[in-house]
Design a protein. Structure first.
Length: 271
């Protein structure tokens, strides 16, 4: 993959691209979740590069995109827009895991004409519309819980909680080990502090698919994924033998499911 970066007054944002031999192939952009980095999608790159141009990136405050100041989902979406402008990407499929799903929703709300399809992986709806006040208050307490844990316990605990397989665990732990406890706490505080800035649910103008691991017991993510699916009419796929990082725990099923969804819907849009 070719590594590049874009810069803003807030910091540098790193990304990697691999172009398909077919210049007309669609672009697919993978956005990772909290305290992870682009390596979350190691199992997706070999599969999707066969039919797509692939772009991976490290969210601001994560991976190589550190240090970064004043993280918000709006700023993250602006950095992604910088990237797409630089690479002359007019339209793309967005795949967002965890808080990466929030970034995708922010991007889609600003530049809806650029989004061909959205795949949310263990993602929750942006905004406050679907969340009771009690749940909003509880979610805002998460950074304080994280702050009380010793660094090694935090890294190992998160890796175990988010995965079901040995590969998934090792992949997650390796990413978490790249960040100090201070950086992880800052990332949690920024991500949870900005998650209710949108009031309404984002209305997509493109095909949407939600995916959740069958054993994803992280907070109320599975519950809100289901509510999102029911309220908005988006299909939700349950990935068997997988936890929060469903795309690493069961990459074969995940890749096949997403591929079929995209082929079906992109073909439909061309018709």
């Amino acid at each position: 993959m070719v590594g590049r970066l874009v810069s803003s007054p807030r910091g540098a944002t790193y990304y990697w691209i691999e172009k398909n031999a077919d210049a007309q192939a669609p672009w697919i952009i993978f956005t990772h979740g909290l305290c992870a980095n682009h390596r979350l999608f190691d199992k997706q790159l070999p599969f999707f590069r066969l039919n797509y141009h692939v772009l991976l990136w490290d969210l601001p405050m994560h991976g190589r995109s550190r240090p970064y100041h004043a993280f918000t989902y709006a700023h993250a979406a602006e950095e992604l827009k910088q990237i797409t402008d630089r690479e002359h990407i007019k339209q793309a499929i967005l795949v967002g895991h965890g808080i990466g799903g929030y970034v995708c929703q922010e991007f889609a709300s600003r530049w809806p004409e650029m989004v061909q399809a959205f795949v949310g992986v263990s993602a929750m709806p942006f905004g406050v519309a679907l969340y009771p006040e009690f749940d909003q208050k509880e979610l805002k307490k998460v950074p304080q819980t994280v702050k009380r844990l010793p660094e090694r316990m935090l890294q190992i605990g998160l890796a175990r909680k988010r995965t079901q397989t040995l590969y998934g665990y090792q992949n997650a732990l390796h990413m978490f080990e790249q960040m100090s406890k201070k950086e992880m706490v800052q990332a949690f505080a920024a991500a949870y502090g900005d998650r209710f800035t949108h009031k309404a649910v984002v209305q997509f103008r493109c095909p949407v698919m939600l995916a959740i691991g069958a054993m994803d017991y992280t907070g109320k993510i599975a519950e809100y994924c289901r509510i999102w699916s029911e309220k908005q009419g988006y299909p939700m796929t349950v990935i068997p033998d997988a936890s929060h990082n469903a795309n690493t725990d069961n990459a074969d099923v995940f890749n096949d499911t997403v591929s079929k969804f995209l082929r079906r819907n992109l073909r439909k849009n061309k018709a």
